[in-house]
Ligand binder design. Structure first.
Ligand SMILES: Cc1cc2nc3c(=O)[nH]c(=O)nc-3n(C[C@H](O)[C@H](O)[C@H](O)COP(=O)(O)OP(=O)(O)OC[C@H]3O[C@@H](n4cnc5c(N)ncnc54)[C@H](O)[C@@H]3O)c2cc1C
Length: 405
């Protein structure tokens, strides 16, 4: 019997497992000859792209409802080490019991994480990177009106004006407005280390983003960073002290620390160099998918740490890991054209196409697309083996491919 082990129950891990089962079933290989096991720390697929929204605890899908129907075995455990020479993974089970898991082929799909700063008072920083972090912020915001009145009670400072920082800052203008009693004025500030908003989003959408930020009354602090945080204040690098009950850190992402357990080349985000089949360069029985993989999307462009790329990376890695083990042909990774859809809260959204991020649509029309992506397209089907396995085909396109057509 051969075994495929997928580590990670996010978008890439779930679609890798489904992609592998799909290949095995399509070639009549019974589960007694090829097992697919997924190990993940949690019981749910967390819909990370929605964690800036209200009610983040609802942003998840039970893994068993996706994996159960297609016969993927699931282990709830946190992987602590990977030994690629002995093909063994070490993990800690729910009961803190150590586990040793063997594999013939491995898919590493453990995602990415926010780099939290070490500045004084960092325990007061909120984030929207994990379900736990986003839930803590959500509870904190809901309780703001109950706190004794103080300066900064309804002030939120968002650190980092990248994709996530812009989404949470614009979202907060609406949420704080609802929470703030008449007569008080909520404040949202965006702190950005460089001289412009959305540095990695490029010049295409920036004029629109800047206009929206100004229109929503979000105060910008550019060329600035945070030096210190307390429960009620934040001190910026230029000495300004802002009374603020809420400080959210969004700056800096890195690939899962487990990537460091795999030999080979890593990029500046810690992602593993992979070939066109998503095999880790130099470790042919290990594949990487999602935010752990520095795969080429198209000539000269590496995938983004995004759901948009994690899904097709998962499907392709899943296909190839099973195909490789069964002696079938592997397929090169070929994602749909690159598109972004940035939520701008009450001001709608902005959709761009291509690596130069040419603006396609803005305002309510773009917001409708964002809501469709968030509430529908990124969710895997549940309790339905046929639909799950049909969608696990690496040919299946991401619906936003239409945007750039
Ligand atoms: C607020 C926010 C907004 C975003 N907006 C967008 C957007 O608009 N569009 C977009 O395309 N992308 C967006 N993203 C990025 C997107 O969410 C990620 O790129 C995507 O989730 C990556 O998928 P993944 O499967 O690689 O990793 P993840 O979704 O991070 O899943 C990783 C999985 O691995 C598991 N895991 C990690 N470590 C271990 C371990 N040691 N042992 C066992 N299991 C482990 C985790 O529990 C999890 O199940 C956003 C992210 C955030 C946080």
């Amino acid at each position: 019997m051969k075994s495929i082990l997928v580590i990670g129950g996010g978008f890439a891990g779930v679609w890798s497992a489904a992609g592998a089962v799909r290949v095995a079933r399509a070639h009549g290989v019974p589960a007694s000859e090829l097992t697919v096991t997924l190990v993940s720390s949690g019981d749910d697929l967390v819909i990370r792209p929605r964690l800036y929204e209200a009610d983040p605890e609802s942003m998840r899908v039970a893994l068993d409802r996706v994996l159960g129907p297609i016969g993927v075995r699931r282990i709830a455990a946190t992987v602590t080490d990977i030994d690629t020479t002995t093909r063994t993974v070490t993990a800690l089970g729910r009961d803190a019991h150590p586990l040793a898991l063997d594999y013939d082929r491995l898919v590493l799909a453990t995602g990415s994480q926010l780099v939290r700063p070490t500045l004084p008072g960092n325990q007061h920083l909120f984030d929207v990177d994990t379900l736990t972090g986003a839930a803590a912020l959500d509870h904190h915001l809901r309780r703001l009106p109950e706190r004794p009145a103080h300066a900064g009670q309804f002030t939120a400072v968002v650190v980092g004006a990248g994709f996530t920082g812009l989404e949470i800052a614009t979202e907060l203008t609406g949420r704080l407005d609802e929470l703030t009693p008449d007569g008080s004025r909520p404040r949202v500030l965006l702190v950005q280390r460089t001289c412009e908003l959305g540095p990695e989003l490029g010049p295409g959408p920036r004029p629109h983003i800047t206009a929206v930020v100004d229109e929503l009354g979000i105060e910008k602090r550019l060329n600035t960073t945070v030096e210190k945080v307390t429960a009620d204040t934040v001190t910026l690098s230029d000495g300004e002290v802002i009374p603020a009950a809420t400080v959210i850190w969004t700056a800096g992402m890195t690939a899962s620390p487990l990537t460091a357990r795999i030999p080979g080349q890593h990029d500046r985000l810690g992602r593993l160099a992979v070939d066109q089949y998503l095999r880790v360069a130099g470790v042919s029985d290990v594949y990487a998918a999602g935010d752990t993989a520095a795969a080429e999307a198209e000539a000269g462009h590496t995938v983004m740490q995004s759901c948009q790329h994690a899904v097709p990376l998962g499907k392709t890695a899943g296909h190839n890991v099973a195909a490789g083990l069964l002696g079938l042909e592997q397929v090169p990774f070929a994602p749909d054209p690159y598109v972004t859809c940035l939520d701008l809260g009450p001001a709608g959204a902005v959709v761009t196409a291509g690596w130069d991020r040419t603006v396609q649509t803005t305002g309510p029309e773009a917001k409708q697309l964002k809501q469709q992506i968030n509430a529908d397209w990124i969710y895997p089907p549940i309790d339905d083996a046929t639909t799950i396995l049909t969608l696990a085909d690496y040919h299946t396109t991401w619906p936003t491919a239409d945007v750039s057509a």
